[in-house]
Ligand binder design. Sequence first.
Ligand SMILES: [Zn+2]
Length: 386
Amino acid sequence: MEFQKRFVFPFSLQCIWKKVYNRGSVGDVGTVHASAKLMESNNLPTDPMKDINATKVFLDKFTDALVVAAALEFFGMDSVDATPTRHNFNLEEHADSLTYVETVIGQLVDEFALPAEEDISGVSGELKCPKCQKKYNIMEALRNHLKNEHKAGDEDQDTHDAVFAHSCSLLTMCLICHDFTDARQAGDGERIIRLMKYMLLYFRSSGKTKYSLQVLRQLAQVKCLLTPREAHHVIHNRFVNTKGRPDTNVELDRACEASNLVFKTHARSLHGQVTQKAINRVSRSCQAVDKILRHVDKDCKRKIAASKRGGRDATQDVLKLVGALTHDRVFRLSADGRYHKSFPGFTRGYVVHIKDHAGFHKWMASTLKDLSRKNVFRQQREQWRY
Ligand SMILES: [Zn+2]
């Protein structure tokens, strides 16, 4: 069975939601739920699979707000209208404006979006109680521990800034999702394969074994199991562009579903009188008839509901959230051990934290061995080699 790449995105959202979405976090500025409430995205579902479009609309605005808030901190600005006080353009240091932009954006990404190696190496991915340093594996357990064991007056022992870690993790996750959507729209198969390596970590750390197996299988196919010709097909021959603009690529299976819908609509006109001859006629003619109907719609300037996208302008929502994020300084590292009540002890590696590294490695090795044993392309590959 072919693993449908278009499902990787919603599946990864599901995994991410599992780690960063909490309905009790409405008072914690900068968390997903609080931001959705602030921007009045009331249709944001608890499970992204239930309404992927609403999730995507929210995530686009949320990503913009996080990027702007991180940039304000980076450039030492209080609001979007303020003048930068750090990382200014300097003609002696930066030869031209393009080099300047590339350098500072690189620094910004390094500082906020890329976790340091120790953050994801497994050591600091663990959750620790900010008050007594007890270690936990599950956020829910730590939340309960804090609620039951510690009263409001307890002294915090920890200086770890869980709010900063949480905001940076969200930024990383949002940028990866944004990159994935962008790669799909641009039909950039190679970028999708690169991003799949991140998805493997997300899936594995959320305990989604079937998804991680499918992603690993796809990576193994592309990197070694298939012949170079087949691998090239899997990477590049996956998208179709029916509108002709650079960002209007869709996956082949999705386009196929759209044409199935056209077929079904036309088959309905048979009113149940289904014969082999009639089905043959409909299946041969439906694409052409659909094309003619679209042209007629276009000539009559009739608007089709599905092509009416965009909705209202998101700028005000984004600016509102940026205001709240900057007010709480979520991107400024502080040493007073602050944390979100719903996400105590959050570390930068928590989202992709895999508890058992040796086990993960062993699973990958044994799965790859299994896959190569069952590889139906082996014969072809060997023929190709000699
Ligand atoms: Zn404790």
